[in-house]
Write a protein that binds this ligand. Structure first.
Ligand code: NAD
Length: 652
């Protein structure tokens, strides 16, 4: 198969790329493009060329199999220079995604036409890189510099409509792309060949003050990541020092970043996320068809899960205890979908359609057609048994029955069901319609078909589904419990809550453990601790500080007092009363308090994560260290650019 072919329609040439699955800029494509351009340049009678891709997308990125290998000529920057030098106008014709090197190729062309549903972006910063084939130099010469900066430092693709608005594309089409490109070509064949972008001036150059503001905003948003700031500097160099200096600076920065720890960590997590749900034992196992989803409980989690299912195109039935709870569940779903509507993620028509696709009921018999049911009722074994008993009775024999329990033993839940093979855990994270992570809990008797169906459901919802075994807290909550314990020990041994929190934020967590506990509310975990108190090993060290806070009526942010004191704007302040309590309780236990450096604090947290991670692996709860990293990065705020606790602490 040839990856690049050339055909002709009258005086218009078609250069077609066919390199499935994403038409990546592999060596065959790069070499094929140069050959195609040579052919067209030398051919009399050709007046323009349309660069188009077969399959689902335009060029959507680099070839991952070439990562880490020595570059093979022609390299992409040279291919793009060759495109720019072509004597015939080239029209990039974009459908699906034009990402990374794909968009850079399009920028090397003289014109760009895109399908209305296409997305265009330079997502390199997400891998700790900057565009390496002229993107930082060409884009700000086509669209306003600040728009280019948004795209390059943020890494988020934009829609065709936005691309059209800022001047990134020359035409947008709702009809057949090939025809649109041909029509467009006819309008430009008689025009003078446009100047290549590298020869043009940047568009709307920011003032010195504006550059300062852009720098401050990018640094703040980057939260410790180097690539976004490097990307901004690359754009600025190209804008202020000219295209040649910009291209040289961009290449040098790209090569430096490619070898950086951050880029290695980001690439690690990128690949781990894609590999984690692939279970060899499920190869060839066909999942059940999914169309009707049942959700038991319309509370915080149930309403979120229902919303996620609706957005994925399923019909949803929510079962609640009474009519009032049904109305509450429905109202929460409506609130979530209104949020999506306001953010422009769904249209009014879609919103209306989704609201008709959700129904509520108090009667389990209404789940007779459900293909998969997620239970999200109170965290109480007796209630769960009651619910699964009813599900066994009313659901089809092959309906998958999932529990969203955080801590309860799903094997015990399954054991009382008529067909335990179809009972699994689907542990969502709050808010369930937004958080990407999903732990798929494999019960002892789970059959392959039910598991395959659960993963298919996760995929349909756009989640990163991580397989894990049954244990207290699965992967994520179990690791969090382990490091929380170490943080509590540090409190008693000499640290204060704000010191631990500052160390965690400096490390890259969005917030520290104690601020997070205040936000979640302290009384729920207090109730759990009280419930588990009779079973606690008396020999184990127990830190009761959280209990004392609750006894003092300090339940966290919602009542203005927790580990911190909150002002009228909800801003956390250190509370001398809490600090004094901590010091007094250490003294009472006869502990001589000592100081902790920020490095000691983060190292203590990391080694707690590592140790628990090792235990989880040895018990077969997680399949690989990568699975643990994916969970901690996507569900627990572990900084993505550090790759996850197992990656970061791995010995070379
Ligand atoms: P919630 O209290 O907000 O909602 C529970 C809902 O279940 C309530 O609306 C209640 O009316 C309903 N309910 C109770 N018994 C029922 C029954 N027999 N039949 C039908 N409906 C019933 O609780 P939540 O925070 O949504 O938690 C639900 C489950 O999800 C728990 O198992 C919890 O451990 C788990 N979970 C919670 C979170 C979280 O962050 N809140 C995260 C992951 C998992």
């Amino acid at each position: 198969m040839t990856a690049v072919t050339v055909g002709y329609e009258g005086d218009i040439a078609f250069i077609t790329i066919d390199n499935p699955p994403i038409n990546a800029t592999s060596h065959v494509v790069r070499a094929g493009l140069v050959d195609a351009l040579d052919q067209i340049d030398g051919k009399d009678g050709v007046r323009a060329a349309i660069l188009i891709c077969d399959g689902k997308t335009f060029i959507a990125g680099a070839d991952v199999t070439e990562f880490g290998q020595p570059p093979k000529d022609p390299i992409l920057p040279d291919v793009i220079k060759r495109l720019e030098a072509c004597t015939k106008p080239i029209i990039a014709t974009i459908h699906g995604h034009a990402l990374g090197g794909g968009l850079e190729v399009a920028l090397g062309c003289h014109y760009r036409v895109a399908d209305a549903s296409a997305k265009l972006g330079l997502p390199e910063v997400n891998l700790g890189l900057i565009p390496g084939a002229g993107g930082t130099v060409r884009l700000p010469r086509l669209v306003p510099v600040t728009d280019a900066i948004d795209m390059i430092t943020g890494g988020k693709p934009i829609t065709s409509a936005k691309a059209n608005e800022i001047g990134l594309i020359d035409a947008i089409t709702h009809g057949p792309l090939r025809d649109a490109a041909l029509d467009f070509a006819k309008t430009i064949v008689d025009c003078e060949l446009p100047e290549p972008l590298t020869k043009r001036a940047p568009v709307n150059v920011p003032s010195s003050d504006e550059w300062d503001a852009l720098n401050a905003a990018t640094t703040k948003k980057a939260r410790g990541q180097t690539a976004p700031i490097a990307a901004l500097n690359a754009v600025r160099t190209g804008v202020e020092q000219g295209a040649d200096a910009g291209l040289a600076h961009e290449r040098e920065t790209f090569v430096t970043l490619r070898d950086s720890d951050q880029s290695k960590a980001l690439r690690h997590i990128f690949f781990a996320e894609r590999a984690v749900a692939k279970l060899p034992e499920l190869d060839g196992v066909k999942p059940n068809k999914l169309s009707e989803i049942g959700v038991i409980g319309g509370g915080i989690m149930g309403a979120g899960i229902a919303t996620a299912s609706l957005l994925a195109g399923f019909n949803v039935t929510i079962i609640e205890r009474d009519e009032a709870a049904c109305a509450n569940g429905r109202a929460t779903v409506e609130k979530h979908l209104t949020g999506s509507l306001k953010r422009g993620l769904i249209s009014q028509d879609k919103f209306d359609a989704l609201m008709t696709a959700v129904s509520t009921s108090t009667d389990y018999a209404d789940l007779g057609n459900a293909d998969l049911v997620v239970e999200a009722v109170f965290e109480d074994m007796a209630v769960k048994h009651d619910v699964f008993g009813k599900l066994s009775l009313h659901c089809k024999a092959d309906a998958v029955l999932a529990s969203n329990t955080s801590y309860l033993d799903i094997n015990e839940i399954a054991a009382r069901c008529i067909n335990p093979g179809r009972v699994i855990g689907l542990h969502f994270f709050s808010p369930a319609h937004i958080m990407k992570l999903l732990e798929v809990v494999r019960t002892a008797k789970a059959d392959a078909k039910s598991l395959a169906t659960a993963f298919a459901f996760g995929r349909a919802l756009g989640k990163i589904a991580v397989p894990c075994g049954v244990c207290d807290g699965f992967i994520g909550n179990r690791i969090m419990s382990a490091y929380r314990k170490q943080c509590e020990y540090m409190l008693e041994d000499g640290a204060l809550p704000h010191q631990i929190d500052v160390a965690m934020v400096e490390f890259g967590f969005p917030m520290g453990l104690f601020a997070m506990q205040d936000m979640a509310g302290l009384e729920i975990s207090w109730a759990t601790r009280k419930r588990l108190a009779p079973f606690r090993d008396p020999a184990e060290r127990y830190v009761a500080l959280g209990d004392y806070l609750c006894e003092m009526g300090r339940f966290g942010k919602k009542n203005g007092l927790g580990w911190y004191r909150y002002d009228e704007n909800g801003k956390a302040q250190r509370d001398p009363e809490v600090d004094a309590l901590i010091v007094a309780k250490s003294e009472k236990k006869g502990i001589t308090r000592r100081s902790f450096t920020h490095i000691e604090i983060t190292e203590t947290i990391l080694s707690a994560m590592r140790n628990e991670g090792e235990k989880i692996l040895s018990e077969g709860i997680a399949n690989s260290p990568d699975a643990i990293d994916v969970v901690m990065v996507n569900g627990y705020g572990f900084p993505r650019h550090k790759g996850g606790p197992m990656f970061l602490t791995a010995k070379d």
